[in-house]
Write a protein that binds this ligand. Structure first.
Ligand code: UGA
Length: 347
């Protein structure tokens, strides 16, 4: 049956990729709101894509109307950049928690299915070898380590959504992306030093500054996940065969792509050097260690290793991430380097 999908934050990294896939693979309608549309070139103008420019904290009537009208709601608006957790923690709380709570409540009121982005960050500094949705403990640092306001806001919303599920019958699925990456993660041209997530940051550092900064030496590890694998899982969650995604939390990550940030930096530099005309750029890149206190400030604290257990998504959704790190990085570099030539010459 044709579905009506409401995506708030449709111009984001996940929202824009999801919209493209929905329009390509299904007969569903997408209703989307965002403050910009620069990532939506492939979807704008499509007869089943209904876009409106707006702010979820202001355009509340539009949202209420569309929550009522649609079958599934994906509230994807959030600040998800660690540098902002420490420089603008209140805005993180207001947007990621307060504004989204309002939308979750609308889904309760109108009895609509909500698919909500939790985060790998809820596990914090958990020491488990693999983080498990059911059994892992969520470990956060002290209050003055403001980095955790994002994790804590997301965790509280997870708990609120869960409680609405148990007590008021809210139909929900929570998904936890583990370092998804891809072409439109962040914009490399508006990337100021230290302001972007690591893959885009490093690509910008290689192309613009020829210096990569490894926070506290870069021994910390992440499990990187290609956006296409992530979107594949999200499509299965929306389709929800036999209701298997209902009332569930899913880690969506690729445990096979667990690398240190230092290894990531070295691999990226090597890969950039394989593109025609970029060997010299790659040769010039310096990789230096920096202290997190200087890079992010004293309110930052890091996660040393973050590997998901994906058994639940494998079993319930029959999902398997397929794209290895090198391929994922190449896809991202193909996009940025194809668009970089002109801009680089301008600098
Ligand atoms: C991210 C963000 O919080 C969210 O995007 C998201 O919820 C979640 O994790 C996720 O995608 O799973 P984090 O992995 O710490 O958090 O974000 P990055 O900014 O991509 O940093 C990854 C690692 O690289 C950190 O240890 C950071 O210190 C390091 N880094 C970052 C550097 O060494 N140098 C840099 O220039 C930037």
């Amino acid at each position: 049956m044709s579905k009506k999908i409401l995506i708030l934050g449709v111009n984001g990294f996940i929202g824009s990729a999801l919209t493209e896939t929905i329009l390509q693979r299904t007969d569903w309608q997408v209703f989307g709101m965002d403050m910009g549309d620069d990532k939506l070139k492939e979807s704008l103008g499509h007869p089943r894509f209904h876009f409106v420019e707006g702010d979820i904290t202001i355009n509340k009537e539009w949202i209420a109307y569309h929550v009522k009208k649609c079958d599934v709601v994906l509230p994807l608006v959030a600040i998800a950049t660690p540098s902002l957790y420490v420089t603008d923690p209140l805005r993180v709380f207001e947007l990621d928690f307060e504004a989204n709570l309002h939308i979750v409540r609308q889904c309760v009121t109108y009895k609509k299915r909500v698919i909500f982005p939790s985060t790998s960050e809820v596990y914090g500094m958990c020491q488990d070898d693999e983080f498990n949705e059911e059994t892992s403990t969520l470990v956060l640092g002290p209050i003055h380590k403001q980095r955790w306001i994002y994790s804590c806001s997301k965790q509280l919303l997870d708990r609120v959504i869960f409680a609405y599920g148990v007590h008021e019958g809210l139909d929900y699925t929570l998904f936890r992306p583990f370092n998804w990456l891809g072409p439109k993660l962040d914009n490399i041209f508006s990337t100021k030093e230290g302001s972007s997530r690591v893959v885009t940051q490093f690509i910008a550092d290689i192309l613009h500054r020829q210096e990569i900064k490894l926070v506290d030496g870069g021994e910390q590890r992440r499990s990187f996940t290609d956006i296409d694998d992530g979107i594949d899982a999200l499509m299965r969650i929306i389709e929800n065969p036999e209701g298997k995604a209902t009332g569930q939390i899913f880690n969506l990550g690729n445990p096979a792509n667990d690398v240190s940030i230092k290894e990531l930096a070295e691999l990226l530099v090597r890969l950039v050097g394989t593109y025609p005309g970029y060997q010299k750029v790659a040769d010039k890149v310096k990789i230096n260690a920096v202290d997190s206190k200087h890079h992010y400030g004293v309110h930052y604290q890091d996660i040393s290793r973050r590997v998901p257990s994906i058994l639940r998504a494998q079993t319930a959704l029959n999902w398997q991430p397929k794209i290895d790190l090198k391929t994922a990085l190449k896809k991202t570099l193909d996009y940025h380097l194809a668009n970089a030539g002109e801009k680089l010459d301008e600098e």
